[in-house]
Design a protein around this ligand. Structure first.
Ligand code: GLU
Ligand code: MG
Length: 435
């Protein structure tokens, strides 16, 4: 069979879906300059493929401009065609950034942060369910569990490396047939692009083998969820690390403390973008190694923001390794929206001059209501609807564009209506198919 080289220009949208248009590979130079046609209402297609409501209707035109800096071209050498796509930015016909472009949403947050002489180094840590392989009962972190995945880790690392994503670890996670993949830290835009690419590479590899994978926050009701943890640290524009100060409590520098205070202050609204599915709130439950309240916790894997351990080994570059982990994110989130919102919340903390939040050294459940209130420790929203209400209340703090905020709220409220009435197993089954 004859096969012509084929490329897709894509974007990761409000629904955390990667959509776009394809063309013959020889047209790539022309498409880099001229983009592919795009439609405003596409951003209202929810993760189930429905458009319950749209402010745009059938009107309007946009361009999706592929970016060579975000290109994936992976030949799996399995006799099939390579995986070739480029992430892009959505612009209007005058080539101005479109208000609902998720990549622009992140880029504008990065630009604001750089106005403070700061940039963020980020690593997304992904967990996913790998179906199609034999389950190893009791196989958490087990050598035998990963063995049963065959050469999946080997092929995955090869593909990740071929795409230029710098693989760090692949491990058999706690849950049955759950795998975790981490990539090396990168600057914010590259890290978000890579998170999208990684998910697609995992899906591409699984699809070629007839396996199912899912990044859905809860694949099987009652079984531990899949998180997407966002590790971050601040640095100056020359790359000098700024997060660590050994003279301050738990080593949290003053500037990092302000940033995290903003993340905590706006934490409830933030979840509307980082835990953006109806099912996400099934993962954010007590005793599930996710998180339930807006706290900054020292080396605590149920903290909202966790102060990660750094090696105390002599010679380790503690300043550079020191980082924080935002744990209320999952695979339904578009990385660009999640990170763009996290940065905006952090900026709000810096610009308001907030002080480092109280650091919890033990389970915040042990604190009295008064102690919690004094430390700004509040319960996370119990549902997507609650999170969206919190986002709406923050006004332009997490989303300065009125058009984007209205469209996002409409999109996500439509998603809630789409799955209304489903019980938890049915809900988990529906989301498992689309993430
Ligand atoms: N699976 C847990 C989550 O949903 C995280 C486990 C861990 O890596 O600490 O976030
Ligand atoms: Mg994990």
């Amino acid at each position: 069979m004859k096969r012509h080289p084929f490329v897709m220009a894509v974007c990761s949208d409000f629904a955390g879906q990667v959509r776009g248009k394809g063309f013959p590979a020889e047209d790539l130079p022309a498409r880099l300059a001229g983009g592919v046609g795009w439609t405003p209402t596409n951003v209202m297609i929810n993760c189930f493929g429905a458009i319950p409501a749209t402010p745009f209707g059938p009107r309007g035109d946009l361009l999706l401009m592929p970016d060579l800096a975000a290109e994936v071209c992976v030949d799996f050498e399995d006799g099939s065609v390579p995986e070739h796509f480029l992430l892009g930015d959505i612009v209007d016909m005058a080539r101005r950034p479109w208000s609902c472009c998720t990549r622009h949403y992140l880029k504008s947050a990065i630009a604001r942060l750089s106005g403070h002489g700061l940039r963020l180094r980020v690593a997304f840590e992904h967990e996913f369910f790998h179906g199609g392989v034999e389950e190893r009962p009791g196989g958490s972190y087990g050598l035998d569990a990963i063995r049963r995945a065959g050469d999946f880790p080997h092929a995955l690392i090869a593909a990740i490396a071929q795409a230029g994503l710098e693989p760090e670890t692949v491990l058999p996670e706690y849950g049955p047939r759950q795998i975790e993949v981490t990539l090396r830290p990168a600057l914010a835009l590259a890290a978000a692009d890579r998170a999208v690419m990684l998910r697609q590479i995992v899906h591409a590899l699984a699809w070629r083998r007839g396996h199912r994978v899912s990044f859905s926050p809860v694949v099987t009701h009652g079984v531990v969820g899949n998180g997407v943890h966002i590790h971050f640290s601040l640095e100056d524009m020359d790359g000098k690390p700024l997060s660590h100060d050994p003279a301050r409590p738990c080593g949290v520098s003053a500037i990092a403390g302000r940033f995290i205070a903003g993340v905590i202050e706006h934490g409830r609204a933030l979840t509307a973008l980082t835990a953006p599915s109806v099912l996400s709130y099934e993962r954010l439950k007590p005793n599930s190694w996710s998180t339930t309240v807006t706290n900054l916790g020292y080396r605590d894997r149920e903290a909202f923001v966790r102060i990660c351990p750094v090696s105390d080994v002599a010679g380790a570059d503690v300043g550079r390794a020191f980082n924080f982990e935002y744990r209320a994110c999952d695979g339904a989130a578009t990385p660009h929206l999640a990170l763009g919102a996290l940065i905006r919340a952090g900026l709000a903390g810096i610009e308001a001059g907030l002080e480092t939040p109280a650091i919890t050294m033990a389970d915040p459940d042990g604190l009295s209501p008064g102690e919690r209130a004094a430390s700004n420790i509040r319960p996370l929203p119990a549902s997507l609807g609650e999170a969206l209400d919190a986002l709406e209340k923050t006004g332009n703090i997490l989303m300065e564009s009125d058009e984007m905020r209205a469209a996002y709220l409409m999109h996500k409220r439509g998603e809630i209506a789409t799955v209304e009435g489903l019980d938890l197993p049915a809900l988990a089954a529906r989301y498992a198919l689309v993430y």
